[in-house]
Write a protein that binds this ligand. Sequence first.
Ligand SMILES: C[S@@+](CC[C@H](N)C(=O)[O-])C[C@H]1O[C@@H](n2cnc3c(N)ncnc32)[C@H](O)[C@@H]1O
Length: 245
Amino acid sequence: MAQSFSLRIQEARKFERWMCVYREQPGLFRLFEKAEDPEGLAAQRLAHLAELEGKRVLEIGCGTGWLTRRVASLAAHYKAVEPSAFMLAEAGDLHPAHALRASGQELPFADGSFDRIVMSWVLLDLRPSVRALVLEECLRVLKPNSADRGAGIWLIENAATGEFQALRGLLDPGGHGELAPLIEEFGFSPVEMVATQIRFQGEREAAQVLGAILGSRVADHLQRQPRVDLGMDLSILFRPNASGG
Ligand SMILES: C[S@@+](CC[C@H](N)C(=O)[O-])C[C@H]1O[C@@H](n2cnc3c(N)ncnc32)[C@H](O)[C@@H]1O
C-alpha cells in the first residue's frame, strides 16, 4: 500500500472509536448498522455471487447481525460467531442463524465444517497478526472442495470511493485504499462494487451516531452541514480456500 495512504488511515483512525463502540455502546452501533445499505443490496449481491443457497455457512464477527439478518435464511446451516457479549445481546434472536460467542482466531468447529465463510467489516478492523490467525482458522474449518468455485471466504468492506469514505478522509479513487492489505498481503480479490447509501432516521441521529463513531472532526462537519444520508460504496471480496476456487 502506498505510504501516503497508510498514513491517511492512521490519521483517520486516530479520531475513530470503532472498538470502544463495539465494547461499550452496542446500542449506538445497532443504529449505525441499521442505517448501512438499508435496502440490503450488497448482502443480496454477496449471497448471489457466493451461492450461499443450501450451503453450510459460517459468519465471523456478526456484531449486531447486519449480514446475518439479510442472508442466513438462504443457507442450509448458518452459524455466526461474535466475541463481544454486548454485541450479541444487542443483536437479539438471529434465528435461523445460530449465534455463539467466539473469536475468529479460535473457532469452536471441527476441520472442514463449512462450505463458505462470510464477514462484513471485520478483517480490516483486526491487527495484522490477528488477521493472519483468523484466516488460518478460516482455512481449517472450510471444507476443501476444488469442484465448488465459490468455496472460500467472502467479505463486504468499504470501497475506496463514495461519500462515506470521503467523510472519513479515506478516498482513493483508482486505488484500493483501505483494502490494499487484504488484496496485496492476504490474497483477496475484489469481485464487485455495490453503490449504496448509509441512511439515518434524521439529521440528529446521523450526527449523533457518526460523530460518536468517526470522532469530533466528523461531528463538527455534520453540525455545519447536516445530512440524513451519504453515498456508500461497498466492495465484495473473495479468497478461495486452499484447494477450492
Ligand atoms: C464493524 S463491526 C461489524 C459487525 C457486523 N459484521 C456488521 O456488519 O455490522 C466488527 C465486528 O468484529 C468483531 N470482532 C472484533 N475482533 C474480532 C475477532 N478477533 N474475531 C471475530 N470478530 C471480531 C467486533 O466485536 C465487531 O462486532
